[in-house]
Design a protein around this ligand. Structure first.
Ligand code: SR1
Ligand code: MG
Length: 400
């Protein structure tokens, strides 16, 4: 295929692109639809009506779709996303979609169609449970993080890899929307009038701000592993059998605990939101126990896989020093809890929300869920150094 200048895809252009690429014949009768529900990109689904063969074609826009052209955004994120998917595909091929083609000029990635899957956020809002979710995410986290870190990757080559994944514009979004704006009266914030008093308490909470500042600094400076960078439940596709992690456009060399924390936060946001979705008390308790078991198992799998990798694949000469791995894991856990707290608060006060909470129909139940999420987020941030174990986390969740 000839290189071409960037132009935005339409339904027709997306189909024509795949024909030109040779993935469909010019005689194919193609059905194309736009399926993107994210904040930043176009996503098209193209299917041959006769053979059933299908692909997903994703294109980055030169601006943030959620805001419009007034918020320009680098197209390089499409390269980063495709490279990060391919990199993860080397470690955990069963947990990411296959990438067939990446076009840097057009900011296009053609990948495996996952139409049989559901977005995990929607699936959890509907109250579905998934037996392999925790095992798969724990495995994904351990392998992608360990194997790109200086514990599992050639230490000099890791520095070069970090350059390839330099992603300052997307990191700035996280620095602003997750770690800064929600803690000030900033115009990107987005919350209802009823939450104004809660937001004002937050803005004057210096104990909280001091800890958020430390977490922001960790995000800015801890270059530990190639992280996904936006591992919320909208970045996970799921069936009863399989899990696929998508959308690593925010990938960069960042702190180990960030992806772990993002996942925990989004499970907890669903936990909090379910009070506004499930009416029956027993059903609510059962589903919430399931959600807590997901957090518990994810961490347990992550920890044990990380230790196995440490034992068998470590490139760090100190790896046999007794208890060193436990110290590393304790720091990841502490950071993850703090990041999880920030991720919860940003989804209530900040620009981009989550459907788990926003789709609660009753105004009073929504407000109560929002306040609980903020309280839980705050507790995770300020108490993270004291929450040493999974049980400490589960207790604080139940307490809040
Ligand atoms: C303007 S982008 C808003 C949010 O969407 C993405 O999924 C990231 O979480 C980002 O912070
Ligand atoms: Mg995304």
């Amino acid at each position: 295929m000839q290189a071409r200048e960037y132009e935005e895809l339409t339904l027709e252009k997306a189909a024509a692109y795949l024909i030109e690429l040779g993935l469909f014949s010019s005689k194919s009768i193609l059905e194309t639809k736009e399926i993107g529900d994210g904040n930043l990109n176009y996503v098209f689904h193209v299917k041959d009506r006769e053979s059933g063969q299908s692909y997903v074609i994703k294109q980055a826009l030169p601006y943030a779709k959620v805001v419009g052209e007034s918020w320009p955004l680098t197209l390089d994120r499409a390269r980063i996303e495709a490279e990060a998917l391919k990199q993860a595909g080397e470690f955990v091929p069963h947990l990411v979609p296959k990438v067939f083609h990446n076009d840097q000029e057009m900011a296009i990635t053609v990948m495996e169609d996952l139409s049989d899957f559901m977005i995990l956020r929607k699936a959890l809002i509907d109250g579905n449970t998934y037996p392999n979710l925790a095992k798969d995410i724990g495995t994904f986290l351990a392998h992608t993080l360990f194997k790109t870190s200086t514990f599992g990757y050639n230490q000099q080559a890791a520095k070069q890899l970090a350059v390839l994944y330099s992603n300052p514009e997307l990191c700035k979004i996280t620095e602003d929307l997750v770690f800064t704006d929600p803690y000030f009266d900033h115009d990107t914030n987005n919350f209802s009038e009823a939450l104004q008093p809660t937001a004002e308490v937050l803005w004057s909470d210096n104990e909280l701000k001091r800890e958020v500042a430390k977490l922001k600094h960790a995000f800015l400076t801890k270059s530990e592993a190639l992280i996904h960078g936006d591992l919320h439940t909208g970045s996970i596709f799921i069936t009863k059998e399989k899990t696929k992690v998508i959308d690593p456009e925010f990938a960069f060399y960042g702190p180990f605990g960030f992806d772990v924390g993002a996942f925990i936060a989004n499970i907890l946001l669903n936990f909090v939101a379910q009070a506004g979705h499930i009416e029956d008390e027993n059903e609510l308790t059962t589903f919430r126990s399931y959600l807590l078991s997901v957090i518990e198992e994810t961490w347990t799998v992550f920890e044990s896989e990380f230790k196995i990798l440490w034992e068998n694949e470590s490139v760090e000469v100190f790896h046999k020093v007794p208890n060193y791995v436990d110290d590393v894991l304790a720091t990841i856990w502490e950071d993850a809890l703090g990041f999880a707290g920030c991720k919860m608060i940003r989804r209530i006060i900040g620009l981009a929300h989550v459907a788990d909470i926003d789709s609660i129909v009753s105004d009073s139940a929504r407000l109560s869920a929002q306040q609980t999420a903020i309280k839980m987020g705050r507790a995770l941030i300020v108490k993270r150094t004291k929450l040493k174990t999974l049980n400490d986390l589960l207790n604080i969740v139940k307490e809040v």
